[in-house]
Design a protein around this ligand. Structure first.
Ligand code: UDP
Length: 156
C-alpha cells in the first residue's frame, strides 16, 4: 500500500457520545467514507492518560473541567487509516464548538455545546502519531487489506 494511503488518525467518541448512543453513527461515517479501521477499544481513561493527551491545553481555564468530563465515563478510542485521513477526519467532525459546526458534520448534527462535543480527532499528522502511540500498543494496530481497496483508491 502506497505510504500516502497509510496516514492514520486518532478518533475517540467521548463519554457524552457513548451515553447518548452515538458510537455507531460516528463509526458509520468513517466506514462509509472509505477509511479503514485499524484499532478500536472501549475504555475508561484515567486522569494520567488524559492529562498527557491534552497536555497542550493544560494552561487553559477549561482544562480541569475537560479532564473531569473525559474521565466521567467510557470512551471509544479508534485509529482510522486512509488518504488525507487527519484533515478529512477533522472536517467530518466539524468545528470544535458545535455552535460553529456546519450541519452535515458530526458535531453539527449531534451536539450543542463545546464542553459536550462528543468526539475527538487529531489535528495534525504529528499529533495523530503521538496520540495513536499514547492510546494503543503497536500490537493492537491491525494490518489488513479491505477487499474494497481498489474501489476506493485509483492506483493501488
Ligand atoms: N473545550 C472546552 N471549552 C473550550 C474549548 C475546548 O470545553 O472553550 C474542550 C472541547 O471538548 C474540545 C477539547 O476541549 O474538544 C479540546 O480542545 P481543542 O481546542 O483541542 O479542540 P478539538 O481539537 O477537540 O477540536
Amino acid at each position: 500500500m502506497a505510504p500516502q494511503y497509510r496516514e492514520r488518525t486518532f478518533i475517540a467518541v467521548k463519554p457524552d457520545g457513548v451515553h447518548r448512543h452515538i458510537i455507531g453513527d460516528i463509526i458509520k461515517r468513517f466506514e462509509q467514507k472509505g477509511f479503514k479501521l485499524v484499532a478500536m477499544k472501549f475504555t475508561q481513561a484515567d486522569d494520567a492518560l488524559l492529562q498527557k493527551h491534552y497536555s497542550a491545553l493544560s494552561k487553559k481555564p477549561f482544562f480541569p473541567d475537560l479532564i473531569k468530563y473525559m474521565s466521567s465515563g467510557p470512551v471509544c478510542a479508534m485509529v482510522w487509516e486512509g488518504l488525507n485521513v487527519v484533515k478529512t477526519g477533522r472536517t467530518m467532525l466539524g468545528a470544535t464548538n458545535p455552535m460553529d459546526s456546519a450541519p452535515g458534520t458530526i458535531r453539527g448534527d449531534f451536539c450543542v455545546q463545546v464542553g459536550r462535543n462528543i468526539c475527538h480527532g487529531s489535528d495534525s499528522v504529528e499529533s495523530a502519531n503521538t496520540e495513536v502511540a499514547l492510546w494503543f500498543k503497536p500490537a493492537e494496530l491491525v494490518n489488513w487489506d479491505p477487499v474494497a481497496k481498489p474501489w476506493v483508491y485509483e492506483d493501488d
